[in-house]
Design a protein around this ligand. Structure first.
Ligand SMILES: Nc1nc2c(ncn2[C@@H]2O[C@H](COP(=O)(O)OP(=O)(O)OP(=O)(O)O)[C@@H](O)[C@H]2O)c(=O)[nH]1
Ligand SMILES: [Mg+2]
Ligand SMILES: [Zn+2]
Length: 395
């Protein structure tokens, strides 16, 4: 999934166009669709012209069922769909095949264009999930499990949402940026609650220093300040996923961007831990185009891979080219250019420590995944051996 360097530029950066003036015969553009998705639909179904009238986008995912947005004749609306038997089988074989918020799915029946229920009370089924263009994936933290969970599917922009007050946590920004980069979406940092600090721009520049390659915006959803760049992204039709700790202000931001209070928000607990007000991942359409995907506060973010660390810590990656050993771990090797840069004051030590911590975690997670794959492979061999014995070794 990680391919930031050969990724096509999904969005115009500064002169983000808007959707007005484009014809939208299928109504799907409002949901975030584009021509590339039509090609993906042809490839997935072997149907040409593609069955646009059966396309829907997951706005809230559950177990066995999900809420989807469909393009009705009188505008987008939501319906509930059940997993079809083939989808159930696909999920049993691969947990990441679970429809996630933001996914494009094909329903097994035509979406009623009149905006009414079919009448017989039967729910549509989700026949298949189109291959994801991007995915924010976190390593599952449950004990004994090393599976990965899709937090947001098909986001064009992965927004790291971090509050300016009481404090910006640079290490958390770096961790979330690693998650954002590895998604394949364009990372941005949104610093919230700028109304609560005296010098928001100084803080913004400090964060920009640890976020190479990502735009950093200071906003106040409360005062509707600084939201223009995000509105421009949405107007270009982008899907923006909000990632951040509980209490960061994600749902408040969503409400400001969507223009109505679609998500409940809440005050921080006095211990500063936040309440985890949002408990579901939800996709909401913005009135001027685009969609915002709100997520529950991330308590722990296990990184599913370490490749993205080179995107987050670009200066360390560049310095490493000057290390004497190609496999230098920048711990205590002679001729290490990274350690030399710390020594000379060119690289903040905090940056190197943060990098090491994330790298260790990612390697630990990779080992757990390897262990699971080995265990699964062993299980399959055992099952085959048993089946073989039953057939061939009769007592
Ligand atoms: N002063 C100020 N407060 C804000 C701003 N944005 C959010 N808040 C407050 O921060 C608190 C938490 O906001 P939420 O939007 O619920 O945070 P969240 O990130 O959605 O939290 P979870 O749903 O738990 O993940 C609320 O009391 C908001 O009113 C802002 O721009 N300025
Ligand atoms: Mg929330
Ligand atoms: Zn080194």
């Amino acid at each position: 999934m990680h391919a930031p360097h050969d990724r096509p530029d999904l969005l115009p950066s500064s002169d983000a166009g808007d959707l007005t003036g484009l014809t939208d015969p299928t109504g799907l553009l409002t949901l975030g669709w584009d021509d590339t998705w039509s090609s993906a639909l042809v490839a997935a179904t072997d149907l040409d012209p593609p069955p646009h009238e059966r396309v829907a986008r997951v706005c809230r995912a559950g177990r066995g069922t999900c809420d989807v947005l469909v393009a009705g004749a009188s505008g987008p609306r939501t319906l509930t769909a059940d997993w079809s038997p083939p989808l159930r089988r696909a999920v049993a074989a691969d947990p990441t095949a679970v429809p996630a918020a933001g996914d494009w799915v094909l329903l097994d029946g035509t979406v009623d264009q009149g905006g009414h229920d079919p009448g017989d009370g039967a729910r549509p089924g989700v026949a298949l999930v189109l291959p994801r263009r991007t995915a924010v994936v976190r390593a599952q933290v449950a004990a004994g499990s090393s599976h990965e969970q899709v937090l947001a599917a098909n986001a064009d922009v992965a927004a790291v949402v971090e509050p300016m007050a009481p404090d910006v946590d640079l290490a958390r920004v770096e961790r979330l940026l690693a998650l954002a980069w590895s998604s394949g979406a364009r990372p941005v940092v949104v610093l919230t609650k700028s109304d609560l600090v005296a010098l928001p721009d100084a803080l913004r520049r400090e964060v920009a220093d640890v976020a190479p390659g990502a735009d950093v915006h200071a906003v106040s959803a409360a005062g509707d300040v600084g939201l223009e760049p995000l509105r421009a992204l949405l107007a270009s039709g982008a899907t923006v996923a909000l990632l951040g700790a509980s209490g960061a202000g994600k749902s408040t931001l969503l409400n400001a961007l969507v223009g109505t209070d679609v998500m409940r928000t809440n005050a921080l607990r006095t211990d500063g831990k936040g309440r985890h007000t949002t408990v579901t991942r939800e996709l909401h359409l913005a009135p001027g185009g685009g969609a915002v995907l709100d997520t529950p506060g991330l308590r722990t973010v296990g990184l599913a891979g370490h490749e993205a660390l080179d995107d987050v810590f670009t200066e360390i990656d560049e310095l490493a080219a000057g290390c004497r050993f190609a496999d230098c771990a920048h711990e205590h090797e002679p001729g290490c250019a990274v350690l030399a840069a710390v020594e000379d004051g060119d690289l903040p030590e905090r940056r190197l420590l943060s990098y090491r911590k994330l790298l260790r975690e990612a390697e630990h997670q990779a080992a757990r995944v390897d262990a699971r794959l080995r265990a699964e492979a062993a299980g399959r061999i055992k099952a085959r051996t048993k089946a073989y014995r039953r057939q061939h070794v009769r007592p």
